[in-house]
Design a protein around this ligand. Sequence first.
Ligand code: DGI
Ligand code: FE
Ligand code: FE
Ligand code: FE
Length: 188
Amino acid sequence: PYTHAELAAKVAAKLTDSRFQHCLRVEQTSRELAAENGVDPELAGITGLLHDYAKQRSDDTFIKLIKTRGLDPALLNYGNGVWHGVVGAELIKDELHIYNEDILTAVRLHTVGAPYMPKLAQIVFMADFIEPNRNFPGVDEARRVTQKSLAAGVRYQIQHTLAYLVSQGAPVYPQTLATYNAWVGGVN
Ligand code: DGI
Ligand code: FE
Ligand code: FE
Ligand code: FE
């Protein structure tokens, strides 16, 4: 059990300052969304702070973890965008000795989502998308929708992300597509 200052220092040590500042904003936005949605703001804040902990590790680090931890071999066809959350959770266990599955699940799902997302995972997923420095066409609409309904925010984001990936000709990780189908198809 770290103090906030200790945990923040450990995160800061592994990230550039601008990426660390993003993590602090996601922490704050996660706290706010948690308070509005009946989730423990402390837990949400810690998870937001940690969500991009592994963002700046080498491809080689992730490739080794995928191979040695029995993770989905299809992950090897993707890159840092997908790996830093799904695989990055392994580094949070190894280096920070944080094993809380609610936290780890939210980190794993923060980029690609999942057909079923616990509320904490929805909160960090949305906080990452709408934190105050985010500035893309549609972000104000995303903020509005998320205030009204967390689930509507998740739906909005996954539509936006899938459209973006397709527009870039980027490969879509199957779990990202499954998230889209579940949330936009009306299962949630
Ligand atoms: O880490 P952040 O920049 O704060 O944000 P993020 O974790 O939500 O997204 C990281 C990147 O991952 C973003 O550029 C979009 C990309 N991404 C999300 N889903 C997929 C993906 N990239 C590929 N190739 N396939 C996906 O399914
Ligand atoms: Fe991320
Ligand atoms: Fe995100
Ligand atoms: Fe992020």
